[in-house]
Design a protein around this ligand. Structure first.
Ligand code: FE2
Length: 188
């Protein structure tokens, strides 16, 4: 029997608990890869008929995690950023996504100043899943037409997060109000 979205969400409820801090992201990542081996699910959510944009497939009323499909018409390279207290797991459906992780090397003592170094770079091809843990500084790049399923610990648009520039050695705090006015902020 195929592993369905309902099965995935039921399993997530056992692996994630914001109340206790439990989050077995490796297990959720493996389950998300299993879900994306279900071609009917991939076709229904990320197939040719899917409309461009970000679509919520599921949100758990108790554990707060969300399952989203990202149907990207245009290519995008995000700046380095974090998701604040939330984590995010991505499984590629169409095209690819390049994932980059960074360490912050300054001591955070100068407001607005930040220095980063790249610590990890890898690529998700269709069927591959990867994750960024809470507060992990990361960036993603994907070409036009890339489509992926993303699972997040909560609604990221409601969190205060950080955005970085390596060229300017800067960090900016991004509030939920900022995100409400910024098109495409949910795409990273
Ligand atoms: Fe992100």
């Amino acid at each position: 029997m195929a592993y369905e979205l309902d099965d995935f969400c039921e399993d997530c409820k056992d692996l994630i608990d914001p109340a206790t801090g439990k989050k077995d992201l490796d297990a959720v990542r493996n389950n998300l890869e299993k879900l994306c081996q279900n071609q009917e699910f991939v076709d229904a959510t990320c197939g040719p008929d899917a409309k461009a944009g970000v679509h919520t497939l599921y949100r758990d009323a108790d554990k707060d995690f969300m399952v989203l499909s990202h149907i990207n018409a245009e290519s995008r390279t995000s700046p380095p950023h974090d998701h604040g207290a939330s984590w995010a797991i991505y499984c590629q459906a169409v095209e690819y996504t390049e994932m980059t992780e960074y360490d912050r090397t300054d001591d955070s003592s100068v407001q607005g100043h930040a220095e980063l170094e790249v610590t990890k770079k890898y690529r998700l091809d269709p069927g591959n899943a990867g994750y960024f843990d809470s507060h992990c500084i990361h960036s993603i790049h994907f070409p036009a037409g890339a489509r992926f399923i993303r699972v997040t610990g909560t609604d990221l648009t409601k969190l205060t997060t950080k955005k970085f520039s390596m060229d300017e050695q800067s960090v900016t705090v991004v509030t939920p109000n900022d995100k409400a006015g910024a098109a495409g902020s949910a795409a990273a």
